[in-house]
Design a protein around this ligand. Structure first.
Ligand code: MG
Length: 338
């Protein structure tokens, strides 16, 4: 059986990261290492989110259960996904970390990057957005200055400062803007906001409504001229059928869906319904970011700035300098310790 080790990582964002339901500067993730009989190591990172029922502590507890169900062979990827989910439901970020570590180990054993194992061209990875959290006008101006290298910005809205934030940003820059309201708006309010978003040149609207209001999403979609993306409403592949016709696309995150293979299943399912596909992240280090980055040659929109928002990053992997997502070329995930 593969041997599992796990330790907490303390991460701190450069600025407090605030979205519609609150925020903070200090985050804890879990770094996991799987070791095979020959001493080869595969790495993964769990970025738990309370909103989806996980904390760093629940990840640690869950890993003790999952450790009993790990295979001896890191290539036993599909069956391990199924076995872990059966052993203990939920806990998606813990399972995603194990999935990343197994893919890392499998790639290292073959001596090829994970994207190559999957037959993907890393040059097809789209540009990544850089996120500006909810803040005062002064601090937003400072953040825009710091984010000068990023050509596409994702703006967090969903508070009573929405108009002030849009005005502050447009006064400073004409860069492409995408908006994420993190379930902070009602249908009525979103309908009022649509012409305003249009006026400010916003190109994408992510999750304006609470996750369960799929009918509301349909109303917004029919009124909107820009693509509507479901994030909090779309955790795993089984959420996609209910979203068909109600939204234009889905936002996949490993910490919601539970594995790299589930991410690929979601992409295939969304494509079958002619939906757009986005890949996003939590506040997490370059280790978790890089695991998600390996699927990006298959998607349309990338928002993998979780590590770029950190004051210090314990790992070196995929980067989004200048907004261009670049995948590392080393075997497995291609991540090294800083
Ligand atoms: Mg979102």
């Amino acid at each position: 059986m593969l041997r599992l080790q796990a330790e907490y990582l303390a991460l701190r964002t450069r600025h407090p990261f605030i979205i519609a339901r609150g925020g903070q500067s200090d985050y804890r993730t879990v770094w996991i290492r799987l070791t095979d009989a020959d001493g080869n190591e595969g790495w993964g990172e769990a970025a738990p989110n309370r909103y989806y029922g996980e904390t760093a502590e629940t990840v640690m507890e869950t890993l003790q259960v999952y450790a009993q169900h790990l295979p001896a062979d890191p290539f036993d990827l599909e069956e391990t996904d199924r076995r872990l989910e059966t052993a203990l439901h939920g806990n998606p970020s813990a399972r995603a970390a194990l999935s990343a570590a197994m893919h890392d180990l499998a790639g290292k054993r073959l001596g090829v990057p994970v994207y190559q194992m999957w037959g993907l061209d890393p040059a097809r990875a789209p540009m990544s957005t850089f996120t500006i959290g909810i803040d005062t006008p002064e601090r937003i101006r400072m953040k825009l200055h710091e984010a000068a290298e990023y050509p596409i910005l994702k703006i967090k809205l969903g508070s009573d400062r929405d108009l002030e934030i849009l005005r502050t940003i447009r006064d400073v820059t004409d860069r492409e803007l995408r908006v994420d309201a993190n379930a902070g708006w009602t249908v009525k309010h979103t309908l009022r906001m649509l012409p305003i978003l249009e006026e400010f040149g916003v190109t994408v609207l992510e999750q304006p409504l609470v996750p369960s209001d799929l009918e509301g999403f349909g109303i917004i979609r029919r009124a909107a001229t820009i693509p509507l993306i479901a994030d909090e409403s779309c955790k795993t592949v089984s959420d996609i059928p209910g979203l068909v016709g109600q939204v234009d696309g889905i936002n996949i995150k490993l910490a919601k869906c539970g594995s790299l293979r589930e991410a690929i299943r979601m992409i295939a399912t969304a494509r079958a319904h002619h939906m757009m596909v986005m890949v996003g992240c939590m506040i997490e280090s370059s280790l978790a970011i890089t695991a998600a980055a390996h699927v990006t040659p298959l998607v349309d929109i990338v928002d993998l700035d979780g590590a770029a928002l950190l004051a210090e990053d314990p790992f070196v992997g995929a980067t989004i300098a200048g907004g261009q997502l670049r995948l590392p070329t080393g075997p497995g995930l291609g991540v090294t310790s800083r």
